[in-house]
Design a protein around this ligand. Structure first.
Ligand code: UD1
Length: 416
C-alpha cells in the first residue's frame, strides 16, 4: 500500500497549477450519456474520473483520452446496458448520478445503492424523491435501485426539503429529457452545478437558474459539443491553505477567484497575505494568525470539503477557534490523528474547538476519506520531523499529482 513521507518545516515557493474540478467532471460525465459526442477539456486525472469513465464504458459508451486532460465520449446507442454495478458505485458515490440520465433517456435503470461511507450515512432519498416527482417508478431490491418510466419522464415541480448537490444534479439530469417544464426549488447552487448546466445548454436544453430555483424545458438533442471543466475550487483552497501555513510568494494558477470568495474573505480576515488577480493568487504565510470561527454551509457558504484542511490553519492561529460541521454528521476523522501530532482539539456534538498556536510533530497517520487525508498532508508540511501519511488511495481519488505539485514548490515529500 502506498504512502506519502513528508519532512516538514520547508517553505513552499514556486507555482502550483490547479487541475480541473473533480466534482464538476463527475456529473458532466454522467450527462454525456445524453449526448452523441462530447469533448471535455481540463479533465482532472484522478481516480474518481477513471472510475466514472469505467462506469460509462460498462454502460456502452466509448471513452478515450485524446490529449492529457482531454476526454472524448461517444454514445453511438449500440449495446447500451442501463446498469451501474455495485463494484463501481461502492468506490465512488457519484456513480449514482447515472440514474437520472439512464431512466430519462432509456426509460429504465438499475443502479447500485451507494451505501454509507466514512463521513456519514449519506442516503439517496432526495435523488429518488426527485425522480418519483417526474413520474419514475422506483423499487429497491437486493441493494439496487430499479427505476422505470415506461412512457418517459414528465416535467413537474420538485421542492427539495433540504439542499443536496447530488440530488440537484440527478434532478437536472432527469428533467432535461422529460416532457414539458420542470421547476426545481431549494437547489444546490455550487459552481459545479453551473458548469453542468452550461454543458447541458450546449446540448440545447433550456435551463434557467435564479437564486435557488432551476427551471428546465426539455429539447435536448444530440450534438457534437466541446466543454471546459472549471478549476477545482477545493484543490485551490487546499493549496491556498498550504501557502498560508508555510508559503513564501507561493503562486497558485489556473484558477477562478470568483468561485472561492468566501474562502478568500476568511483568509484575509485572519491575516494571511495574498495578492489576488483574476487567474492567480500569490500567498505568503503569516506568524500572527488570528483565531476564527467557521460553519460549513452549502455554497456560497464555507465548503465542508475544506473543513479538515482549514482546521490545520486553526491549530496555528492565536487563541480558540471553532468549527461547526453542518453538512455531514461524521466528518472529524482527521481529529484523532491531528491530536497524535500534538494538535489541541476538542469536539462536542458537531463543533470542534481548536486551541492554538500549537507546534505539530511528525507521526505515522492515516485517514479514511479524501479531505481528511489531505489535511494530514498539510499538517505534515508544518510538523517537525517526519510524517508518514498512509492509505493514500483516498488522496488519489481527488488530487492529481499532489506530491509532484508540492515537491516542485520545495516541499520534502515523496511517495513510497
Ligand atoms: C457532494 C460532493 C462532496 C461534498 C458534498 C457537500 C460530489 C461528487 N461530491 O456530495 O464532495 O462534500 O456535495 O458539499 O460533488 N443527503 C440526504 N439525502 C440525499 C442526499 C443527501 O439526506 O438523498 C444529505 C447528505 O447525507 C448530507 C447532505 O444531504 O448530509 C448534503 O449532501 P450532498 O450535497 O447530497 O452531497 P453529495 O452530493 O453526496
Amino acid at each position: 500500500m502506498q504512502k506519502l513521507i513528508i519532512n516538514g518545516k520547508k517553505t513552499l515557493r514556486g507555482v502550483i497549477k490547479v487541475s480541473g474540478s473533480k466534482n464538476a467532471t463527475l456529473p458532466i460525465l454522467a450527462a454525456s450519456i445524453l449526448n452523441s459526442e462530447s469533448l471535455l477539456k481540463n479533465v482532472p486525472l484522478v481516480k474518481d474520473t477513471f472510475t466514472m469513465v469505467e462506469l460509462l464504458k460498462s454502460i456502452g459508451l466509448k471513452c478515450a483520452f485524446t490529449k492529457k486532460n482531454q476526454l472524448k465520449i461517444f454514445n453511438n446507442e449500440r449495446n447500451i446496458k442501463t446498469v451501474a454495478p455495485y463494484k463501481l458505485v461502492k468506490t465512488m458515490r457519484a456513480g449514482v448520478l447515472v440514474l437520472g440520465p439512464l431512466v430519462s433517456k432509456y426509460q429504465r435503470a438499475k443502479v447500485s445503492l451507494p451505501g454509507g461511507c466514512a463521513i456519514g450515512t449519506r442516503p439517496v432519498d432526495l435523488h429518488l424523491f426527485a425522480l418519483k416527482k417526474l413520474g419514475a417508478k422506483i423499487k429497491i431490491k437486493n441493494g439496487y435501485i430499479y427505476a422505470t418510466a415506461t412512457k418517459g419522464l414528465k416535467g413537474n415541480t420538485i421542492k427539495f426539503p433540504s439542499i443536496s448537490v447530488g440530488a440537484t444534479e440527478n434532478a437536472i439530469l432527469s428533467a432535461v429529457c422529460a416532457k414539458g417544464k420542470t421547476i426545481i426549488y431549494n437547489c444546490a447552487i455550487e459552481p459545479e452545478i453551473n458548469n453542468l448546466i452550461e454543458f447541458l445548454r450546449k446540448m440545447g436544453s433550456k435551463i434557467n437558474l435564479k437564486k435557488r430555483t432551476i427551471t428546465i424545458e426539455g429539447n435536448i438533442y444530440n450534438k457534437k459539443i466541446s466543454h471546459k471543466i472549471i478549476p477545482d475550487r477545493i484543490e485551490l483552497g487546499t493549496y491556498l491553505i498550504a501557502g498560508a501555513l508555510t508559503g513564501k510568494n507561493l503562486i497558485i494558477k489556473n484558477i477562478q477567484t470568483n468561485i472561492i470568495r468566501k474562502e478568500i474573505e476568511i483568509l484575509k480576515k485572519i491575516g494571511v497575505k495574498m495578492k489576488i488577480s483574476k487567474n492567480s493568487i500569490q500567498v505568503t504565510s503569516s506568524e500572527n494568525l488570528k483565531k476564527f470561527n467557521i460553519s460549513t454551509e452549502p455554497y456560497p457558504g464555507f465548503p465542508t470539503d475544506l473543513q479538515a484542511q482549514i482546521m490545520i490553519l486553526m491549530t496555528q492561529a492565536k487563541g480558540r477557534s471553532t468549527m461547526k460541521e453542518k453538512i455531514f454528521e461524521n466528518r472529524y476523522m482527521h481529529v484523532p490523528e491531528l491530536r497524535r501530532m500534538g494538535a489541541k482539539i476538542k469536539i462536542k456534538n458537531n463543533v470542534a474547538y481548536i486551541d492554538g498556536p500549537t507546534p505539530l510533530s511528525g507521526a505515522e497517520v492515516m485517514a479514511t476519506d479524501l479531505r481528511a487525508s489531505v489535511s494530514l498532508v498539510l499538517a505534515g508540511l508544518i510538523a517537525d520531523n517526519r510524517t508518514s501519511v498512509n492509505r493514500i488511495y483516498h488522496l488519489d481519488r481527488g488530487y492529481q499529482d499532489i506530491e509532484k505539485k508540492l515537491k516542485a514548490c520545495k516541499a520534502d515529500i515523496k511517495r513510497l
